[in-house]
Design a protein. Structure first.
Length: 349
């Protein structure tokens, strides 16, 4: 069995304490070896065996750290990730990896030159419903896809005083949920031909977008990606239509809420409880409808794959190019909304 991957965590706020540290500690292939935070008491209370340091410089000075996770406000990601790569460490960067496609491309090039991994934290590829959709599309049971729609809708009418709500710091839904929606679409269908979008700020006192509607053009079919903070009655999480039928799935993957509630990978019931989807397809000359069980999610799989990539050279499922493509589409979506036009997608290499 491979030795435990020693992870350093830069930041111990909501993302670091909720999504990274618990999954690292319980994935079976890695450990929280060090944490850089201005809140040492909270970090030590949760991980008493970790080295707790004040900042990134102190974290990078630890020789035994294999990889650093950047779990800080969005506008700090580029500088912290650049310094980490230049110090000779692998890096995982929470989404969005940067605020521009050019910065993401720069990080990808630094990582390539240094022989290190630059890994975007697109953990929603390990959502149970996404894994189920991927399996369904691979089965071709729907026939040729004619429409794919993916929603992250929530009801949060009050604007909270936090950096995630500040446009100047890369807050808002385009940067928060947009990377997940876009990355899942890219994983399923590859790069689009065109991008069109409507990005709005609807809530009183809001400065950052709270409504995002993106259309990715793939020639023969359309991908619709949608996120809203003002949806009290939510739409389906996934809607897929094809030449032989349709699939509809309600409800979000359970892992986020379970992690917030204190459950951990390996605990009884963790990642379970996802609602089934409904599939209606042609069966001969007749239509047949049935439930499609939703797979359990596997956020631990992200860090298991990372350990395999660092320790054994296995290709990580989410590439630096994926990170650049996601940020390119985010930029095109913002520009499309501002200009009211559909724009061609051109990959930055």
């Amino acid at each position: 069995m491979s030795a435990s991957l020693k992870m350093g965590l830069m930041g111990y706020g909501f993302a670091g304490a909720t999504f990274h540290a618990p999954v690292i500690a319980h994935c079976g292939r890695a450990s929280v070896a060090a944490i850089a935070t201005g809140k040492p008491d909270a970090a030590l209370a949760d991980y008493p065996h970790a080295k707790v340091v004040a900042d990134l410089d102190a974290l990078l000075a630890l020789d035994d750290i294999d990889c650093v996770v950047i779990a800080t406000p969005n506008d700090t990601h580029f500088d912290l990730a650049r310094r980490t790569l230049e110090a000779g460490k692998h890096v995982v960067v929470d989404k969005p990896v940067t605020l521009t496609a050019a910065d993401a491309h720069t990080l990808a090039n630094i990582a390539l030159a240094r022989g290190k991994l630059f890994v975007p934290f697109h953990n929603r590829r390990w959502d149970g419903d996404f894994l189920t959709v991927r399996d369904l599309l691979a089965s071709a049971e729907l026939g040729r896809v004619t429409h794919y729609e993916s929603h992250f809708d929530r009801f949060r009418p009050e604007v909270r005083q936090r950096w995630r709500e500040e446009a100047s710091r890369g807050g808002g839904l385009l940067f928060d949920l947009g990377p997940h929606l876009i990355d899942q679409a890219l994983a399923l269908f590859g790069a689009p031909q065109t991008v069109a979008a409507t990005v709005r700020t609807h809530r009183d006192q809001a400065s950052a977008p709270d409504y995002v509607h993106i259309q990715l053009g793939y020639g023969a079919f359309e991908v619709v990606l949608h996120a809203s903070a003002l949806t009290a009655i939510v739409a389906p999480r996934f809607v897929i239509h094809g030449t032989r039928g349709s699939y509809v799935k309600y409800g979000l993957d359970t892992q986020e809420d379970q992690l917030k509630a204190g459950l951990r990978p390996g605990d009884e019931g963790f990642a379970a409880g996802n609602a089934a989807g409904t599939l209606r397809v042609l069966d001969g000359d007749r239509e047949a409808e049935r439930e499609v069980p939703t797979r359990n999610g596997d956020y631990a799989g992200f860090y298991i794959a990372l350990a395999d990539a660092i320790q054994h050279g296995v290709k990580f499922p989410v590439s630096p190019q994926d990170a650049v493509d996601v940020m390119t589409i985010i930029e095109l979506a913002a520009r499309s909304s501002d200009e009211g036009i559909r724009l061609p997608f051109e990959r930055i290499r």
